[in-house]
Design a protein. Structure first.
Length: 283
């Protein structure tokens, strides 16, 4: 385990060094992060929006930057009408299209016509000192002023009670969405993990390292049956669901860091009903 961690650390260090010395690297942007949903809140004081499964991007007034500080090479026509003030949002195509949008925005080609499928969905204004309710109004004004097909604001709405919230969550997930975000109406933008900004999903997600491939049986004979993974806490378990037919033919490599979803944990701290989502992508 120690040697595996050492090897992965070394790979991560090399990747980081390449990004730092790359012309497409900037400082990691100061962004706000969410906490998990708490059901004791007064729901009437929160705005609710869909949690998009896109690629987080910070607009500094001139360029789009990833959470890790890498500059997205968006075509000039994509950002031409964007405002000069900083924006926080997601590069997004549609529900369940993460792999597609991820592939497009990671290309080092500022003439990539596939960006026409992408929309920058904004959900906050990092430099604005007003409460969130006022920031929503400002975002709506900026989007109208830009009049760009590539710039939109994520829909924000009020919910009357927790029962209505759960109904909305269930419908969103049934329609292919990931979950919901809740933002307190009076919250200021804070460049840290913020208790006034919460995420609500029907499942949790986490990351683990693939340490072995397990051959399939029956209908999966000759294909991947499951993967054996290890969490950063040293917990090992198998994941056998969530793979497409193509991923079973050509599974993610041993040593890859993957994201998986689960529902709760056992007494031994093993994730329940773990399901593969994707290989982690570093931007």
């Amino acid at each position: 385990m120690f040697l595996l961690q050492q090897k992965l650390f070394s790979i991560g260090f090399i990747i980081s060094a390449l990004f730092i010395h790359s012309p497409s690297y900037a400082q990691s942007p100061p962004i706000q992060l969410a906490t998990q949903f708490r059901d004791e809140i007064n729901i009437e004081q929160y705005y609710v929006s869909e949690k998009l499964d896109g690629v987080r991007a910070y607009w500094d007034g001139h360029k789009l930057i990833s959470r890790q500080g890498n500059i997205f090479t968006a075509p000039a026509w994509f950002t031409r009408s964007f405002p000069k003030e900083p924006l926080d949002g997601e590069l997004w195509i549609a529900r369940q299209e993460f792999e597609k949008v991820s592939g497009i925005v990671r290309t080092q080609n500022n003439h990539n016509e596939q960006w026409q499928q992408v929309t920058y969905m904004i959900f906050d204004l990092p430099n604005n000192k007003e409460p969130f309710s006022r920031r929503i109004t400002r975002m709506q004004h900026l989007v109208e002023q830009a009049n760009s097909p590539y710039l939109q604001i994520i829909k924000q709405q009020k919910i009357k009670d927790n029962q209505t919230l759960q109904i909305l969550l269930n419908q969103t997930v049934m329609d292919g969405g990931e979950g919901l975000m809740l933002h307190h109406q009076g919250a200021l933008y804070q460049t840290k993990r913020n208790r006034d900004l919460m995420k609500l999903k029907k499942f949790e997600d986490a990351e683990a390292i693939i340490i072995a491939h397990i051959p399939g049986k029956g209908k999966y004979q000759g294909l991947l049956g499951a993967i054996l993974v290890e969490t950063k806490e040293g917990i090992r378990f198998k994941i056998g669901s969530g793979f497409s037919d193509q991923e079973r033919k050509s599974p993610p490599a041993i040593g890859s860091v993957i994201t998986y979803r689960f529902t709760g944990k056992t007494r031994n701290n093993i994730p329940r009903f773990a399901s593969y989502m994707r290989v982690r992508v570093i931007y």
